[in-house]
Design a protein around this ligand. Structure first.
Ligand SMILES: C[S@@+](CC[C@H](N)C(=O)[O-])C[C@H]1O[C@@H](n2cnc3c(N)ncnc32)[C@H](O)[C@@H]1O
Length: 297
């Protein structure tokens, strides 16, 4: 494929691509439908081909996900390879497998950021991604990582008041924080009144970019709907472990095309394609990647 021109890149290239390095996870969060315990890591040669293709498509930012990306035995080499081709390279991880040596290697490979889900303070049957179990690793990251750390609390998984404690902890360590809204298998919101009140209280505590005023979350919470022009398949791609592009992690059957056959025409077509699920969507990464083009037809 020929590399996109600067004009097409600005007009259509993905702002963010999430790429699954392995579907396997070391945890079993009760609310997550994006993992298993047996998948093999995607071979490095195959991942490099995906990265080359994403670079040709003009991808601005690439995020490794899974499963658990740190379970991939070549995650450092893959990060280095990606960083040589794509401006901003991050990873979503539960950091159970992080240690001094891994942080140093990821620093050296040029990782730009790591997003970590911390759903509360105490573990429960749904999540082990909690402060009580992860503070040691998080403190280590605060001391040693040269990449940006971003904590995301999924509201609805734990006692909602614990999310406020996570935000206070994150601030004390200089981490960026966001709150994710719990979705079910179709991407819909599932929150009760107490959780909603905590969400409102937390808004004033979060350091957000100027353009992110929590508007869509507020609308979803108050009205149950927040329509937007979804640019999934254009400005945002979810690439699974078989190299298939989907609109997002929750809409597998809606759209599928092999990444290696993806072209500017697909970016353009999907940019313009209305998605039936847009008004109740809680997928923050898709919403953020679509925001910039909200004014375009
Ligand atoms: C599938 S995980 C993969 C990366 C890594 N293993 C982790 O645990 O963060 C990616 C993100 O999706 C979030 N997630 C999974 N299921 C979700 C759901 N039902 N609602 C909201 N967020 C969810 C997780 O909390 C995590 O932040």
């Amino acid at each position: 494929m020929k590399r996109l021109s600067l004009f097409d890149r600005i007009a259509y290239a993905p702002f963010n691509v999430q790429l699954v390095l392995t579907r396997k996870c070391n945890l079993s969060c009760g609310y997550c439908n994006e993992h298993d315990h047996e998948s093999l890591p995607v071979p490095v040669k195959v991942i490099k081909a995906y990265i080359n293709q994403l670079a040709e498509l003009g991808t601005w930012s690439l995020t490794f996900t899974g499963g658990e990306p740190l379970l991939h035995p070549k995650v450092v080499a893959i990060t280095r390879y990606a960083k040589e081709r794509i401006l901003y390279v991050g990873m979503i991880s539960n950091v159970y497998l992080i240690n001094d040596e891994m942080i140093a290697r990821l620093n050296e490979a040029g990782l730009s950021y790591m997003q970590i889900s911390i759903d509360g303070v105490h573990r429960n049957s749904n999540t082990m991604k909690v402060l009580n179990l992860m503070k040691t690793n998080l403190d280590l990251l605060a001391q040693k990582a040269t990449f940006e750390i971003h904590l995301n609390s999924v509201l609805g998984v734990n006692d909602p008041d614990e999310v406020l404690e996570v935000i206070a902890y994150a601030k004390s360590r200089g981490f960026r924080t966001t709150i994710g809204l719990l979705h079910d298998g179709t991407g819909l919101l599932k929150l009760n009144k107490h959780q909603l009140n905590v969400w409102k209280e937390a808004q004033s505590l979060l350091a957000k970019p100027w353009w992110d005023r929590g508007t869509y979350e507020r609308q979803l919470i108050e009205k149950g709907q927040a329509p937007f022009k979804c640019r999934a398949g254009g400005r945002y791609l979810y690439v699974d472990e078989w190299g298939i592009v989907h609109y997002c992690s929750q809409r597998f059957s809606m759209y599928q095309k092999p990444l290696m056959q993806y072209s500017l025409q697909d970016l353009k077509a999907n940019f313009k394609q209305p998605k039936a699920c847009h008004s109740t969507c809680t997928i923050g990464c898709v919403r953020r990647a679509s925001w910039w083009d909200g004014w375009r037809p």
